[in-house]
Design a protein around this ligand. Sequence first.
Ligand SMILES: C[S@@+](CC[C@H](N)C(=O)[O-])C[C@H]1O[C@@H](n2cnc3c(N)ncnc32)[C@H](O)[C@@H]1O
Length: 326
Amino acid sequence: MSDQRIWDIARGFQPSRILLTAVELGIFAEVGEGAVESVHVAERIGADARGTDRLMNALVAIGLLEKEGDRFRNSEDARENLVPGKPGYVGGALLHNVRMWDAWTYLTESVRGGTSFGRVQHEQSPDQGESFMAAMHNVSTQRAVEVTPLMDFAGVANMLDVGGGSGGYSIAFCNANPGLKSTVLDLPEITPITRRYIAEAGLSDRISVVEGDFNKNEFGDDFDLVYLSMILHQNSNVENVALLQRAWRALKPGGRAVVHEFVLDEQRVSPPNAAVFSLNMLVATPEGDSYTESEIGGWLTFAGYKDVMRRDVPPGLSALMIGTKP
Ligand SMILES: C[S@@+](CC[C@H](N)C(=O)[O-])C[C@H]1O[C@@H](n2cnc3c(N)ncnc32)[C@H](O)[C@@H]1O
């Protein structure tokens, strides 16, 4: 690796912070479809004129704004994805990365201590809940296109979506299977947001939403399928065995538990997104982690599931681990 490559990695935080700060301050929204001087943007967002000007020049340098004379325009990418109201808008979801940034600031302390550092807040404010769900909805809606064909809905009328977040997967599964009903379980501070996404999808009659703690509450006992997407990584080994046992009690005989996770290879270095994500859990949770196929498969087997199998979700960033209750 060359010296230059090392410098590029070391300074990789700079473009990220420029983008996140611009989204936090509403720069792209202020520029909109127009051509504006930085001093006017500064006035409208209530920020310093010199600071705003230098930030906007740097946004030109990283390709998110364009400049002609003293006037700035959004670049095509920014117009499509960073201006509120556009179909491709991801600004709300990007705000979740601002919160991740705060946790990653303490990576060094987290590695020393082996867990998230004390200054990280685990409770979410309403704004944080909104940006977290916007991020989850963005990812789940895109990934559901690949996950849905891998799911076997034969004989499944009633499913439970544990920690279902925005309901993105339940929405996709119900749209693909007209006879299917789903229940999304999530925390009380999240469920009003879940209900809104489901209402926007026109599926409130087929997807119900319940409040609960998946590490404490029982889920019922009449489900044909329990879907657990991107929740095991926030838990410890012990919590995950108990969670899969709770899912087992919620299933009818012949029902299936489907875990969707970043699944690490046994050396814990690949796929790269899963290896890096394990640090996201180190900085943000007490005992969360990215887990391997043998760990997740082992918990399913220990909880009593048979015919445990893996299905990779293209393009290979995540996988399904499926177990059947005999
Ligand atoms: C990473 S998101 C995944 C959301 C969704 N399953 C998906 O794949 O898009 C984790 C979800 O679990 C929920 N959650 C976290 N802890 C929970 C708990 N103890 N009980 C219920 N839900 C919880 C969060 O609110 C969030 O919606």
